[in-house]
Design a protein around this ligand. Structure first.
Ligand code: SF4
Length: 222
């Protein structure tokens, strides 16, 4: 009998250890961490010196995001490249300049009118695609950024960002130019500016996509 009760205590103690471990994991999960934040500044503070995935090891700067915290329009790319990693700001290299031209010369907005972020916030080695576990760790922070900014429209830039956000394997050539939804927000997929640097003939396709975004922002049917 004593042995039984000892065994029971042992089982219940083991269970509470398992429960504590699960609680602990929940407290440390990116989703739970991200949900704590009530502003972009708080979200950045929650990220801190983030080591939630292996991309932390190769970064110079964590690239959180920039722009108007109440922007109507948000651009989302894949992840920081070399220039972005060095500066700590998204889309600042040659591709970034092209995005800035699209925003300023094409749309007649200022860069600081929109919000710009990436799916992952640390540069993948050799600019490889982020891996699924890295996306799982970092995407909750992007979701929270979107939740806090509450843009009317998201423009997803490039195959990786588009397919990741839409959970789709459909080629970007078929996804771009058509409206989709991400977390209840209208999403327009288009090519990444870095792709346009290599394929300038496709700039006209991006311009078609951007014109649809502008019409939607003006309240017209695109
Ligand atoms: S990519 Fe995101 S989750 Fe990974 S270390 Fe950087 S900030 Fe943290």
């Amino acid at each position: 009998m004593q042995r039984d009760s000892h065994a029971q205590m042992q089982v219940s103690s083991d269970k509470s250890e398992v429960a504590a471990t699960a609680d602990e994991q929940d407290r440390l999960s990116p989703q739970t961490d991200a949900q704590k934040a009530k502003s972009l500044d708080e979200l950045r503070a929650v990220l801190g010196d983030c080591r939630r995935c292996k991309l932390h090891a190769g970064r110079t700067h964590l690239v959180f995001g920039v722009g108007n915290p109440n922007a109507r329009l948000m651009f989302v790319g894949e992840g920081p490249g070399r220039d972005e990693d060095l500066k700590g700001e998204p889309f600042v290299g040659r591709a970034g300049q092209l995005l800035t031209d699209i925003i300023t010369k094409g749309m007649g907005l200022r860069r600081e009118d929109v919000y710009i972020a990436n799916v992952v916030k640390c540069r993948p080695p050799e600019n490889r695609n982020p891996e699924p576990d890295e996306v799982d760790s970092c995407e909750p922070f992007l979701k929270k950024q979107i939740d806090l900014v509450r843009p009317e429209i998201i423009v997803a830039l490039g195959k990786f960002a588009v397919q990741t956000l839409l959970r789709s394997k459909v080629p970007i050539t078929r996804l771009r130019g058509n409206w989709h939804t991400y977390l209840g927000t209208k999403l327009m997929p288009t090519f990444h500016p870095a792709y346009l640097l290599r394929n300038p003939a496709d700039k006209k396709l991006v311009w078609e996509d951007i014109k649809k975004v502008m019409k939607e922002m003006q309240g017209e049917t695109a």
